[in-house]
Design a protein around this ligand. Structure first.
Ligand code: GLC
Length: 724
């Protein structure tokens, strides 16, 4: 709790109501950059007075230590109570040195690596004056059309929970007041990733059963891990926008989960309650949000303008106001801001840390560990003796491989694929052409002939295609996630011209690759790998690093399959394994079946892992027992590699339908060529629970199947029984 020398209760008692309300208002830094006398521009549009601005408790979207120190210094000069402002940013996958987007880092199945990345990001952000990041984003998602799918760790609740907790620990460290640590947020509560049709901000209609089983666990895991802030989601949930939704904000978050920390609205969300049509005025928005203990409003002006009125009218007591204000003061105290309002931000530290070699190494390793080898007919790894290579496609020589939410990262600092290859082939001739554009609506294929000519002239070709990073991120949803026609044409013609071709994919969501999967000799999924992306790609292409990523989300065969995900439930007329797609009376698509093109948990290696054995130490377990599962894996290939051993569960008979597979544990292991390792997992009763029809998490006696492998490709499955 608060470590500062300040007596917070005494401080609170000295504050006026308006000064307390100021602590519950968060504004963009632009409100504070102008001189105090220039209360113009955005300030006036919200009606903030000069004195009013001096009471504001937190700000976001500022630019570095110098600006932060100037804003804080001016604020402390003007604020009667000398309460430091809190400085927040969206540090989602790096501050300056960017690592892969979370959807990609989820493919690393390496929580320690995720934690290391977030700790690195926190050190850069903290140097730049950031004290709070609006991350991790934990919105479980089965909707690749949704632009913000890039921010999640994919389609599995357990993977999202594990990688989310790693982010909280990486950002916050052990002591928030220590240099390099920043507070983490849980966002966006709840089920923002369930927006109908994958359209951002859209309605979410999900049963409590699905919410409990899939959409809520990761938020709770990160709150239990000590995240310091919660941000409600824009979407309505069951007809009521989260910011004003008593079920999620009070019953679940405050009462059931026992969260007593700070809640900050999303950007202008209180004002937007009127757009939703659930409030008729900004004052009503203030009332309904505060009633749901949304402590702080971001960029809406609702509390600033109306909370005092609501207290005067007796709608809220000053004690309720004090409860929210104390949450903000306690967070500031925990950050040590009353002792050091600048939280050790310094331009010198910025110069030392931004893009430094140590941080680049972390970002590069993350990109290497997150890449997923989807296909390889043996063309990879490429030889580093090549004398002439063609690097083709719209992503061949660009720094625009960082994705969205790049915070203060600069694409000009990113290593391009061509630059990465040049470092490995310093003497080779490298020829290149974009061939086509990846931009939406660009249909020209005029450049393909030149690309084909270059491909024919080279010993090997690296073909870089995907989706432009402009089409991913907030409010960037795409109805058809199929790789664009010009790029498909480019891949087909180049692969025809030179079979020694490897395809690199750059995208921020699963995309439909059906049109090229049959012709590409090899495909390496990089997603948006960040600042070191080109260097990581080259290391993987030439075998300096052996790919080890496993998909964090299914890749559909066809956009019409969406949603398609591994942990589907059975139907009364399941499509039986091997059934012809034209088999009648099954729940399937006649034209493409129900299985994706590439599966959650799938990913190849340059070596071969053989799953030799799986054994259970018991066949029956009571509620207090632990069942041990041992899995022996051997590296039967010629080179060292890493494998993600994934353990899945299926409840064979239960009161509610269960997924055909549920990931319950995983371990990433490194094996030298020929090496064998036995991995041991432990299954306990809580791992067997389901959300039943009485709205309780319970385990039910009966038979379970435990398997090792991935999705619809299991190497071993064994049955055990829970006895009660
Ligand atoms: C945005 C996003 C949220 C972000 C906030 C502040 O609209 O929804 O994730 O943290 O505004 O930038």
């Amino acid at each position: 709790m608060s470590k500062s020398s300040v007596d917070l209760k005494k401080l609170l008692s000295q504050m006026t109501i308006d000064e307390k309300i100021g602590q519950l208002v968060e504004l963009n830094a632009e409100f504070f950059i102008k001189s105090a006398s220039e209360v113009t521009g955005p300030a006036t549009s919200f009606g903030f007075s000069e004195h009013g601005l001096s009471t504001i408790g937190s700000t976001l979207n500022f630019n570095g230590a110098r600006e932060m120190r100037a804003i804080q210094a001016k604020h402390l000069e003007n604020d009667r109570n000398k309460i430091p402002m809190l400085f927040a940013m969206d540090v989602i996958h790096g501050y300056k040195t960017l690592y892969p987007i979370p959807l990609s880092l989820g493919c690393s199945f390496d929580p320690e690596l995720m934690k290391e990345c977030c700790s690195m990001a926190a050190s850069e952000a903290s140097a730049a004056g950031v004290q709070l990041t609006f991350a991790p984003m934990l919105d479980f998602c089965r909707e690749p059309r949704w632009g913000r799918v890039m921010e999640t760790c994919g389609e599995d609740a357990y993977l999202n929970s594990v990688m989310g907790v790693a982010q909280v620990k990486g950002y916050q460290g052990d002591d928030l007041s220590e240099e390099g640590n920043i507070a983490a947020s849980v966002k966006h509560l709840a089920a923002y990733g369930g927006a109908e049709g994958g359209r951002d901000y859209n309605t979410v209609e999900l049963s409590e059963h699905i919410l409990r089983e899939f959409y809520l666990p990761a938020y709770k895991a990160c709150i239990d891990a000590g995240a310091k802030l919660v941000m409600p989601s824009f979407n309505n949930l069951g007809g009521v926008p989260a910011t004003a939704n008593p079920w999620i904000m009070k019953k679940i978050l405050r009462e059931e989960w026992g969260y007593d920390g700070l809640v900050v609205s999303d950007y202008a969300a209180l004002r937007e309650l009127m757009n939703h049509g659930v409030t008729g005025s900004l004052k009503e928005s203030a009332e309904v949000a505060f009633r749901n203990e949304c402590d702080v409003e971001m960029m809406s002006g609702a509390y600033y303008k109306h909370l005092h009125e609501l207290i005067d009218e007796g709608v809220f007591s000053e004690d309720e106001l004090d409860r929210s204000v104390m949450r903000m003061l306690e967070l500031k105290a925990e950050l040590g801001l009353f002792d050091d309002p600048y939280h050790m931000a310094s331009e010198e530290k910025e110069r030392e840390l931004f893009y430094c070699e140590k941080h680049r190494e972390i970002a590069r390793r993350a990109a290497e560990e997150s890449a997923v080898l989807l296909k390889n007919n043996g063309v990879l790894p490429l030889s580093d003796k090549i004398k002439k290579i063609a690097v083709i496609g719209p992503f061949r020589d660009t720094g625009a491989i960082n994705g969205f939410w790049t915070c203060c990262g600069d694409k000009n600092y990113a290593v391009t694929v061509t630059e990465g290859i040049r470092e490995i082939l310093p003497e080779a001739e490298i020829v290149g052409a974009d061939g086509v554009s990846a931009k939406l609506g660009e249909s020209s294929t005029d450049g393909i002939d030149e690309a084909v000519r270059l491909a024919e002239s080279a010993e090997a070709v690296v073909l870089c295609v995907g989706e432009a990073q402009d089409y991913i991120g907030e409010a960037r949803c795409i109805a058809d996630i199929t790789l664009s026609a010009p790029q498909r044409e480019l891949v087909r013609r180049v692969c025809e011209a030179n079979p020694n071709t490897a395809v690199l994919l750059f995208n921020g969501r699963p995309i439909v690759l059906t049109g090229i999967a049959d012709v590409a000799p090899a495909m390496l999924e990089m997603f948006f790998p960040g600042t070191e992306g080109g260097r990581a790609a080259a290391n993987l292409l030439f075998g300096r690093v052996n790919p080890s990523g496993k998909l964090s989300m299914s890749f559909p065969k066809h956009v019409g399959q969406i949603p398609v995900y591994y942990n589907r439930t059975m139907t009364g007329r399941p499509k039986r394994q091997g059934d012809d797609v034209f088999e009648g009376y099954t729940s399937s698509y006649m034209d493409c079946g129900i299985l994706p093109l590439y599966f959650f948990g799938e990913g190849l290696s340059y070596t071969k892992f053989i799953y030799e054995e799986m054994s259970l130490d018991r066949r029956e377990m009571g509620e207090s027992d632990t069942l041990a599962v041992s899995v022996t894996v051997r590296n039967a290939g010629e080179r060292a590699g890493k494998e993600v051993v994934q353990l899945y569960l299926r409840d064979l008979v239960s009161s509610t339908v269960r997924p055909v597979q549920e990931l319950i544990a995983f371990e990433k292991i490194a094996l030298e060529a020929g090496e064998r390792r036995t991995v041991r997992f432990e299954i306990s009763e809580p791992m067997l629970r389901l959300w039943n029809f009485e709205n309780k998490f319970v385990s039910e006696k009966g038979d379970f199947l435990v398997s090792v492998g991935y999705a619809d490709h299991m190497y071993f499955s064994e049955k055990f029984t829970l006895v009660k």
